[in-house]
Design a protein around this ligand. Structure first.
Ligand SMILES: Cc1cc2nc3c(=O)[nH]c(=O)nc-3n(C[C@H](O)[C@H](O)[C@H](O)COP(=O)(O)OP(=O)(O)OC[C@H]3O[C@@H](n4cnc5c(N)ncnc54)[C@H](O)[C@@H]3O)c2cc1C
Length: 496
């Protein structure tokens, strides 16, 4: 039989993993990537001995990564040297208290009981529920394709609606476990990873703190970018051809089929199968003939964006952990500002990553490498925000809050600074509305209701990545690569 060919648009984690999977199944694969290297949002910046992961920094759900390597005939431990980060985070509350989230139960017990007597038992029950949610959600909703409504609207999924507490608000629900506002915040702030407010998110998301504390938060030696490097090299060894600095301008179609892609330089790449890893709403708007879908997608809910600051520091900052979370006292208003008003809260919550605290090689000796991530609204097409002013305010808020925990001279020690704003995310990776996480994860955009991984009309055009099923996050995108590949192979009549 003649060898099948695939053209992949974008070398984000979803594109790399799908390319590698298809190559392993005998496909001849070409990946066209807009920017100068692979990784997409999971990218790297190196300057004066400081190594920054510019996007993801939290390696969670290690079993998903391990499965990707295993499916490619490799062992994850031969490629990634993982260190467990425990405590996973140090959380700073605005009243000056801190909490180290750790899997060491004795340490957790002492900290929790000091904040709210009796809360340790509640914490164990909460984890137990998170474990149940994790198992059910992965088995029935996340790690499977929904090819038609009959596979989604089932009696079992109706029962799941209740078992997973999909209709119960997370923040309300956590009141069954804790009274202390700080504890309620410490075990719900993770909803922001899927850009949901705990006041709107389903209680299902207790699965995230559970996953972080039980399966661990890890960090690969060399940083998160090591994952992109490892998967790219496996793909290359299977024959995948990566073309960098090669933006795709158009997906070529003929009747009900995609025939390949045309690059910005006019070069045409023909293919039996086209896989779009570039952000799905962007693909509909810019790479496909307009059939009305782009307009409909534009009106969907988008996840938040992020203001990021990358600082090379000429001294160490011992007050910070590898992952430090600063939670605002105006917890609810913070989510409303970002997700409803599409702006920066008065008192933003934010996160600081200090990678050299996990891998000392990521900063010059005696120095530090810091990244601050401040969640902010995505670009508002109808009423454009003043990003310069917002960015200045965010920077000031971060420096001020750091000063409050004793890092009061940071600005004087910043050797150099880089940053990214929502327009920056949009222009670099073609992310619609500059959303850092793609299409939102509200219930009406999940499961079968999320854009599918195969185009409705062009039956050999597939989607992989954060804005298709199952959603955002590196591990989730790796699952999307597996699901898209399974579908491609099924359609081609090959056993997965
Ligand atoms: C600041 C930030 C922090 C994050 N933190 C975490 C975290 O801690 N943990 C976690 O798991 N996840 C995190 N995420 C989410 C995670 O990074 C993403 O969900 C994931 O990397 C998305 O991968 P993807 O393959 O879907 O898309 P992308 O990474 O967007 O890749 C798509 C690729 O397509 C390319 N492309 C676009 N248009 C074209 C075109 N016309 N032609 C050719 N190529 C094109 C882009 O350049 C890009 O390389 C974070 C994201 C951000 C932005």
């Amino acid at each position: 039989m003649e060898r099948q060919s695939a053209a992949v648009i974008g070398a984000g984690m979803g594109g790399i993993a799908t390319a590698a999977r298809l190559a392993r199944h005998g496909y001849s694969v070409t990946v066209a990537e807009k920017v100068e290297r692979a990784g997409g949002r999971c990218n790297r910046m190196v300057r004066d001995g400081h190594h920054f992961d510019t996007g993801p920094t939290l390696f969670v759900m290690p079993q998903v990564y391990a499965r990707t390597f295993a499916d490619l005939g490799e062992r994850m431990e031969d490629h990634l040297h993982l260190r467990r980060i425990d405590p996973t985070y140090r959380v700073h509350f605005d009243d000056g208290h801190t909490l180290s989230l750790t899997s060491d139960l004795h340490v957790m017990q002492a900290q929790l009981e000091a904040m709210e007597p009796g809360s340790f038992g509640a914490f164990l029950r909460y984890l137990n529920e998170g474990c149940r949610h994790h198992r059910l959600a992965f088995q029935h909703l996340i790690e499977r394709n929904f090819r038609n409504p009959l596979e989604f609207y089932t009696l079992r999924n109706l029962v799941l609606l209740f078992r997973l507490k999909l209709l119960t608000k997370h923040y309300h629900h956590i009141g069954n476990y804790f009274d202390d506002q700080r504890l309620k915040a410490a075990f719900t702030f993770q909803d922001m990873y899927v850009s949901l407010s705990p006041y709107e998110a389903p209680a299902t998301y207790s699965l995230v703190p559970y996953a972080e504390l039980s399966e661990g938060v890890w960090f690969p030696e060399g940083g998160m970018y090591a994952i992109a490097e490892a998967l790219t090299s496996i793909a290359e060894r299977s024959g995948v051809r990566f073309m960098y600095g090669s933006p795709v301008e158009q997906i070529n179609v003929d009747g009900a089929r995609a025939t390949g892609v045309t690059l910005a330089n006019g070069q045409r790449v023909g293919a039996d199968v086209v896989v779009a890893n570039a952000d799905l709403p962007y693909v509909y708007r810019h790479l496909l003939p307009d059939d009305g879908t782009a307009g409909r997608l534009q009106r969907k809910k988008y996840a938040c964006s992020a203001l990021t600051f990358y600082w090379g520091i000429d001294r160490q900052v011992p007050q910070l952990s590898a992952h430090t979370m600063f939670l605002s006292g105006q917890y609810r208003q913070g989510f409303d500002s970002v997700l409803r008003d599409l702006t920066l809260p008065e008192e933003p919550s934010f996160y600081v990553h200090a990678p050299a605290h996990a891998d000392p090689a990521l900063a010059p000796r005696g120095q530090d490498t810091l990244m601050a991530v401040v969640p902010v609204g995505h670009i508002d097409d109808t009423s454009p925000q003043d990003w310069d002013a917002i960015q200045k305010r965010a920077r000031q808020a971060v420096l001020q809050r750091l000063a409050e925990i004793g890092v009061d001279d940071l600005e004087a020690h910043i050797k150099f600074e880089a940053s990214c704003t929502p327009p920056g995310w949009r222009s670099r990776y073609n992310l619609t509305k500059g959303s850092a996480l793609g299409l939102g994860h509200n219930l009406s955009q999940m499961g079968y209701l999320r854009p599918h991984n195969r185009h409705g009309r062009y039956r050999n055009l597939y989607f992989v990545g954060a804005s298709t099923h199952p959603g955002s996050g590196v591990a989730t995108v790796l699952i999307s690569a597996r699901l898209a590949t399974e579908r491609i192979l099924q359609d081609a009549g090959v056993r997965g």
